[in-house]
Design a protein around this ligand. Sequence first.
Ligand SMILES: [Zn+2]
Length: 311
Amino acid sequence: MPTRVRRALTWLGAAALAAVAVLVGPTAAQAATPAWPTLGTGTSGANVTSAQFLLRHHGRTLSVDGYYSSGTASAVSSFQSANGLTPDGVVGPLTWGKLVVTVDVGANNNAVRALQTALNKYGYRLTVDGAWGTATTNAVTSFKSSRGLTGGTTVGPTTWQWLIGGGGGGGNYSLIIGRSVLPRSEYDDPHHDYPAIDLPTWTGVTTYAITSGTVIHVGGGCGYGIGITGDDGAYYQYCHLSSRSVASGTRVSAGQVIGYTGNTGNSTGPHLHLEIRVNGGNRCPQRMLLALYDGGSVPAPSSLPTTGCTY
Ligand SMILES: [Zn+2]
């Protein structure tokens, strides 16, 4: 058995043990409430998106793109002034305390969009539409019971702090294969039919999680595929792997090994297919991959174009 496969199997065994340990370990209710994150200019990810939706809920005008730009900072300063806080344009614990609002079943507003974005950090894959329906109720119930939180479906300050403070902030990204595997020119190639990218690698190239999130196994024409519901709210799908190193449901961090490239599923030769979806719609991954290759600042997935990368 190749070392790689043996290593992958050992890893799966360890993951299974870890899963058991989680089940029999101390309940999360015994753990401390996670701290509010501090967000400022240049930060990005799901927590920034939630803060932007909450600012809109409070009547501020700003774009919601998961990137803390000067526009976000201005909206924060304005909100802080109106709420008796020092207008420093940085979202810390005091500002979070004023931004979050109590929401419950049936609400339909930007605070629910913030909530749905935060829940998606934990793999719930909700449509971020602001309408609190059955799927949102189920996700809230599941999240609150897993943390030992009381109060039915109501999402008040404590639940918000668990949601925003835990699960990573999103916004940390990694190359998906080693930088030396392919030249830069492969990362701007268009994809057939729909927004995605095919990277022509040989079989067995180590493949990494692009960002932190929760793994799901994908099959069908994708072959041995892996989906990652990112903490940034986007969904990333890898296809045609020769083997997978992470079980479905596993939490991964950016840069963690998730498998090895291959030629499984609908594939005419070894390559790595990657697609990025935001709210179910495919985005062009090229700009994000080029930024990672170049070591530049990585665009938020929601800012990636929906067209222009196909032939
Ligand atoms: Zn493809």
